[in-house]
Design a protein around this ligand. Structure first.
Ligand code: SF4
Length: 422
């Protein structure tokens, strides 16, 4: 979503007369588009701002105006603006990008600390066509915000309530992208399958995008397990353009922890959903997000997560240690009481387990013919992804270029990807 938002910002500022430069030393304005989901992201942003200032000074760059955009901007506006070491000049939240020309002008010309972090109930940027790098995949944000308030999550506070773009507007963007040579569309939303617009739901939208000529593959991320109608699964099973891949965030396997997280499902319901998905789409690749060490998580709770991970056998998983985010329900209600070394033990165990599972699942592809969409190619190799989003590295065939579909035989597997030959 942040990559997509940066493309929106590029479009808004290009229209306002700004040119983008590759080297920071040549820039008058530098913006960091930030995420507030994990603490690591915070540390990175602080480090990056110091680095930019030092480097700029060293290289004798022009006076610099620095802005922070995105979720961290909303969540930590005061702290960021008042930090005497960071010296941030302007701040814009995810719904304020159209005000950037004004904010930059206030900061650069009037020397004011400028900010706008107002959340909108309506802003979807449907009227802004992002400036993208050329490539094979294009993101389209079809909805923004989230109404779920999972207790650990900052998104509803930093990105506001759910609102969707009209399906017609999304289709126009997809048509334009196909005409520009993009072959894959990834539909984006914080909670993408709760997409709703005047009686049309997410399945209707996917169906409409699938009719766009030139679009070869459609992916979407991230869905919430609570919003998975059979109609969507029927469409996935029947429509070869809709990829056999679902990112399905589990977060925890213990029903007690799931309730504290307010995820609104039990592990039994999650396992039922996985069975339903696999009944419709037996070849589907599943990935997930898991948090270890949520407040009060006991060894028993953690063993429930291990059991669900073993039972589902996800193709891949993003596993994180719980880290408290300011202003969330969990931060207000539950002390972050699982010791760091216990979190580390748990994450190491789950990562080891997942690596074994991913390797086994990838090895099962060895010898199979699989279709990849080529994303990159140099003189020696090309890289592409399977329908299930697994990366395959193949020796280069000169007549095949990025954007082409190509059938390959899988010859080797690791936990992280595949190798093949044409
Ligand atoms: S559904 Fe996702 S974005 Fe929404 S509150 Fe929960 S974790 Fe955050």
């Amino acid at each position: 979503m942040n990559e997509y938002d940066s493309e929106l910002v590029r479009s808004i500022l290009t229209k306002a007369g700004y040119a983008f430069v590759r080297e920071e030393a040549q820039a008058d304005v530098v913006m960091l588009n930030t995420c507030a989901v994990r603490e690591n992201a915070h540390r990175k942003v602080y480090g990056r701002i110091h680095e930019i200032r030092h480097q700029h000074k060293r290289e004798g760059g022009r006076p610099l105006v620095i802005g922070v955009l995105g979720c961290m901007a909303t969540n930590l506006r005061k702290a960021l603006l008042e930090d005497p070491h960071l010296k941030i000049d302007f701040i814009a939240g995810p719904d304020s990008y159209k005000k950037l020309p004004m904010l930059i002008a206030q900061a650069a010309e009037e020397g004011k600390k400028a900010f706008d972090v107002t959340l909108s109930e309506f802003e979807t940027y449907a009227d802004v066509y992002p400036v993208r790098e050329k490539g094979v995949n294009a993101w389209i944000a079809v909805m923004r915000g989230c109404n779920n308030f999972c207790t650990f999550c900052v998104v509803p506070y930093t990105r506001g309530r759910e609102r969707s773009r009209s399906p017609e507007n999304v289709v126009v963007e997809a048509e334009r992208l196909a005409a520009e040579g993009f072959r894959q569309i990834t539909l984006l939303g914080q909670n993408v399958n709760s997409y709703r617009y005047e009686g049309r739901d997410f399945t209707d939208l996917v169906e409409m995008v699938s009719r766009v000529e030139g679009v070869e593959r459609i992916r979407f991320t991230s869905p919430h397990p609570k919003d998975f109608p059979d109609r969507l699964l029927e469409l996935m099973a029947a429509d070869p353009k809709v990829c056999q891949q679902i990112h399905l965030p589990l977060q925890a396997g213990s029903n007690r922890v799931l309730e504290l997280m307010d995820r609104t499902y039990t592990h039994e319901a999650f396992l039922d959903l996985v069975a339903r998905i696999r009944a419709y789409c037996p070849e589907v690749a599943l990935s997930t997000d898991v948090i270890v060490g949520f407040p009060t998580e006991t060894d028993e709770d953690f063993e429930d997560t291990v059991r669900v991970m073993r039972e589902v056998e996800f193709d891949s998983a993003f596993i994180f240690k719980y880290s408290e985010r300011k202003n969330t329900i969990a931060a207000r209600r539950f002390p972050d009481d699982v010791p760091e070394e216990v979190k580390t033990e748990r994450i190491v165990r789950l990562n080891t387990l997942q690596k074994e599972i991913s390797l086994r699942k990838n090895q099962a592809h060895v010898g199979q013919r699989m279709r990849i969409l080529v994303e990159e190619a140099d003189t020696d190799t090309m890289k592409g992804r399977t329908d299930g989003n697994k990366m395959v590295i193949v020796p280069r065939i000169p007549s095949i270029n990025p954007g082409d579909l190509c059938d390959v035989t899988i010859t080797a597997a690791s936990p992280f990807g595949l190798k093949g030959i044409k």
